[in-house]
Design a protein around this ligand. Structure first.
Ligand code: IPE
Ligand code: IPE
Ligand code: MG
Length: 251
């Protein structure tokens, strides 16, 4: 895990890691007088096109927020539908992931999911483990606070077992105990659907991410919209605490 200072050079124009809160499915459906689940189904197509776009742009990692630790509060029927959709999408897409050399990893507390879904997740993770073109992280039953708490718990257990000294807990050691320890923090953090909040998504990891909020609803978020977000990112000056002059490219 790269710490904040070691993230992408200030002048890099393409993010290495993009994280997305895929929001707006329900409103997309409401606008069409359709039930909410129609919006979730339509959103799957945006997932597909975004994965393709990441491969085309040479992005190394994509993290998608699929289900938050708070989404259990939704009506039971919607939660069940989302679980079913997740299972069927995993089953349907696995061949494509393999063909395109995409590695799938699910982050979050998956122990709360139906057994069938947990099994499907394990299968797809195992089948795509050796792939290195794109790491696709799906955040499911994920919460930024959960991730920080589980990292603290893991480190405390090591201390209690005598295998870790309290003085050795620093930012890097802590980051390594969070859910994704081997890929850099997101350079670009996108939220579709118009809300401007983080909704307990990546908290530790977005310390220096560039934030991009768009009113476009997730089912309408296509390759063009993705390219627009990349264009916006390319125009940002990332200073990581330094002055603008310090990070200007030398000519
Ligand atoms: C995001 O879309 C998908 C999930 C949370 C699973 P929403 O379902 O939150 O859509 P809106 O915000 O109600 O439009
Ligand atoms: C965040 O969206 C979760 C996902 C996109 C999976 P929500 O729609 O649940 O967020 P809030 O609760 O409106 O902030
Ligand atoms: Mg929403």
């Amino acid at each position: 895990m790269a710490d904040s200072d070691a993230t992408q050079p200030a002048q890099a124009r393409t993010p290495r890691h993009v994280a997305i809160i895929m929001d707006g499915n329900g409103r997309w459906a409401e606008q069409r007088n359709k039930p909410r689940h129609a919006g979730h189904r339509a959103g799957v197509e945006s997932v597909r096109s975004t994965i393709e776009a990441c491969v085309e742009h040479g992005i190394d990692a994509l993290t998608l927020f699929a289900f938050s630790s708070e989404n259990w509060r939704r009506p039971r029927a919607e939660v069940d539908m989302l679980m079913e959709l997740f299972i069927s999408a995993l089953s349907r897409e696995v061949k494509k992931l393999e063909k395109n050399k995409i590695r799938l990893r699910v982050i979050g507390d998956t122990s709360a999911f139906p057994a069938k879904l947990q099994q499907r997740i394990q299968e797809v993770e195992a089948r795509t483990e050796g792939n290195d073109r794109l790491i696709l992280q799906v955040a499911a039953n994920y919460g930024g606070r959960w991730d920080i708490a589980q990292a603290a718990r893991a480190l405390a257990a090591e201390v209690a077992a005598g295998s870790l000294a309290v003085e050795d807990i620093d930012e890097q050691r802590f980051a390594a105990a969070t859910s994704f320890s081997d890929i850099p923090d997101p350079d670009l953090f996108i939220r579709t659907g118009g809300e401007r909040r983080i909704s307990n998504f990546l908290l530790w990891h977005c310390a220096y991410s560039e934030l991009y909020f768009t009113p476009v609803l997730w089912p309408d978020f296509d390759k063009r919209e993705f390219a627009r977000a990349l264009g916006d990112f390319a125009g940002r000056e990332r200073r990581f605490g330094r002055t603008g002059e310090q990070v200007k490219p030398k000519v």
